[in-house]
Design a protein around this ligand. Structure first.
Ligand code: GUN
Ligand code: FE
Length: 446
């Protein structure tokens, strides 16, 4: 074994590297060259113009302004003047709502669910239909640069396996949950409590995917009896599984939860009561979470998934994201397909910036809006960290990246910095501008 270490200056910062060479194992080395952009912290954007990303078996080994001499014989993939940026993490979306994308956003949450959503999800009993829709969803995600997801399936076990398989094949990584719902879905979309528990266990038994892992998914309190919630809480503890659900999205929903759980002061307690409010529990929306509920999030390590486009489409409200960030809450972003009508996360990022500006205007201009660099952090690093990644393009992480060709954007009045081009790319990118995608160290597009 040989060991090499050293330091390299990148834009005034010193990066230390430590490389171990094994004599026996053959490693694949690749150097990517281009304009590198990443968000190592909230509000910090790092750029390396015409820089180098060194990969060993898809793992980031170093990030350099000038390529160290010991790499000089290694193969370089030269992306020229293109942008090499962190790929996106969509931390909340509903796969079986993909067929209703861009439709039926004229009703508030509870009516929207019973009028459109449950009927659409019920179609996923048909596994052939599920295969067709999920294959397209997986392709649309990866070609738009979404390489990590936390996703809701429907309550159907077979269709959920199909979804996981299609994501795996396309190169998407992350968590998928078979949805649990044993009340409130009429006859269209509902299991008995016994079925829901039995099918969840059967589904877990059949999850053998490399990059797509199971996550427990009680739809939300109005869809789950106390008995089901208790069983899922027990399962989460015994099998060490993460949990995802919805919280405080809409005032009508909150009033219903209060009726169902008169003993609970706040919505979150209905999850906490059954062991579902814990470290890494993903809670979508949290638009109306008050200071006490937000404190409980911070204390438990619950992760907020902000879904700006959905919140406006179905008139749920405008989430006070700046307040949450000031309080130290872990915030990530989600498309919430199909309450949200935007699948590409670069568009979800701009939607969250617009929502925060709306919130600023609503709050007497007291709260700063979310900047592009901040929103990008929330849509990338903050989500990737849920899966154990480091900050930005961190040494030791598998590469999750998109390569953006912005050469067909309108000619600017003057030469732009890489940071300016990054901002424009977040607002202007379309799918054809994404010329390569790396997911878990593998080139999966391009
Ligand atoms: N709450 C419970 N189910 C759903 C859903 O499918 N979408 C949204 N936005 N909220 C929900
Ligand atoms: Fe949702």
């Amino acid at each position: 074994m040989r060991v090499r270490s050293g330091a390299q200056a990148v834009r005034g910062r010193t990066l230390f590297y430590f490389v171990i060479f094994s004599e026996r194992v053959i490693h694949v080395l690749e150097i990517l060259k281009g304009n590198i952009v990443y968000a190592p912290a909230l509000g910090t954007l790092s750029t390396v113009e015409k820089g180098y990303l060194a990969l060993r078996d898809g793992t980031i080994e170093g990030l350099y302004q000038d390529l160290p001499a010991f790499y000089k014989n290694e193969p370089v993939t030269d992306y020229g003047d293109k942008l090499i940026m962190q790929s996106f993490a969509d931390m909340h979306l509903h796969a079986p709502q993909y067929p209703m994308l861009g439709m039926g956003m004229d009703l508030p949450l509870m009516e929207w669910l019973s009028t459109y959503t449950f009927k659409t999800e019920a179609r996923f009993k048909d596994t052939d239909y599920a295969r067709r829709v999920y294959r397209k969803l997986a392709k649309d995600l990866i070609t738009n640069g979404t390489t990590r997801v936390a996703m809701f399936s429907s309550l159907h076990t077979e269709a959920t396996w199909i979804l996981m398989e299609e994501l795996e094949k396309a190169g998407v990584t992350g968590y998928v949950g078979k949805v649990n719902m044993d009340r409130g879905g009429d006859t269209v979309l509902q299991e008995t409590t016994v079925e829901s528990i039995r099918e969840t266990l059967r589904w877990l038994e059949g999850c053998h995917f490399e990059h797509i892992k199971p996550i427990l998914t009680p739809r939300f309190t109005p869809s789950c009896t106390d008995e089901l919630m208790a069983a899922l809480g027990k399962m989460a503890a015994e099998k060490q599984l993460y949990v995802q659900s919805h919280l405080s999205e809409n005032t009508g929903e909150i009033a219903l939860v209060k009726e169902l759980h008169p003993d609970c002061q706040r919505y979150y307690e209905t999850y906490a009561k059954y062991g579902l409010w814990k470290d890494h529990t993903l809670m979508a929306h949290c638009v109306h979470s008050d200071a006490r509920e937000r404190k409980a999030m911070r204390e438990a390590g619950v992760v907020v998934v902000h879904c700006a486009d959905s919140n406006v489409n179905i008139c749920s409200g405008v989430c006070p994201v700046r307040q949450m960030l000031r309080e130290g809450i872990w915030v990530t972003l989600g498309s919430d397909i199909a309450g949200g009508a935007l699948l590409p996360m670069y568009q979800v990022i701009t939607a969250s910036i617009r929502a925060s500006k709306t919130r600023r205007m609503m709050d007497d201009w007291q709260m700063d809006f979310i900047t592009v660099a901040e929103a990008y952090y929330l849509g990338t690093t903050s989500g990737h960290k849920y899966f154990g990644a480091g900050d930005g393009f961190a040494v030791g992480d598998k590469l999750h990246a998109v390569v953006i060709d912005d050469s067909d954007f309108t000619e600017s009045t003057r030469p732009l910095t890489v940071a300016e081009r990054f901002e424009r790319a977040i607002y202007m990118t379309q799918r054809h501008n994404i010329v390569a995608v790396y997911s878990d160290g593998r080139k999966v597009v391009g």
